[in-house]
Write a new protein. Sequence first.
Length: 312
Amino acid sequence: MKLVIQIPCWNEEKTIAETIHSLPKQVEGIDSIETVIIDDGSTDNTVKQARNAGVDAIVQLPRHQGLAKAFSAGTDAAIKRNADILVNTDADHQYPSDQIEHLVAPIIDGKADIVIGDRLSYKPRPFSPIKMFLERLGSFIVRLLSKTTVNDAASGFRAFSKEALQSLVIHDTFSYTLETLLLAGMKKFRIHNITIPINEVKRKSRLFNSVSQYILRSWITITRIYLMYHPLKFFVSIGICCLISALYIGLRFLIFFFSGNGSGHIQSLILLAVLAGMGFQCVILGLIGDVIAANRRLLEQMRLRQLKEQYD
């Protein structure tokens, strides 16, 4: 089996060599290990430091495009290198490389399709109480929407089987972590969690400037992705709420009308018409969106079949 370890990086000249040197040279059950750096338009000596550290391959993006694009470029490179397992880790050496052997073990044993390093279950707690609460809340929401068993939805320390790797299609431009989980839930992939410690954080996150910005961007991402994969549920739920409200207002007007007080509640009819119109439009949008989503799933299945024929 071939293991490819990918490291997305952007201006990480201070830590990239340390991260590469810490990666395991041998893993039980793995025949060969290759390391791939995805340079997201770095303007410092990140690429030079990576070459000097002995990285196997470097994928360079022409300009800085964000973590999601870098991750997608790495998955494409791993598929072309015929990887049986892909491990993603961070260039700032936050995740301990000695945990990679434990990360890939459930996939080697055939027990999981995706394995995620769970920082939140480790003791002592790696984050402040506020951040722990927000991380757990976000993971709960993602777990609820994706119907998966993920414990740490924001963790970037992950391993993917060959089937899961070939099925990944990332549309988001902010981060890949949430979309891969929603996709895994839709594809019924088996997700396994392993508890991991984290190394000392040497710099602030470059993905967001503040906690509030991260929450906002994550919420937008979750809504957008859920809408993309489940448009019928999304719009029909809104439409049903509007139609039920319209029905309530209509019954209320009829009660007033037959009791002789209908003339003072004409505005209720206007609101009824608006809500009923919105409800029917949402249902129609849901049906149209479901057809579009079905077409996208067919295209993804065709892409997966082509990849298997080409690389298997």
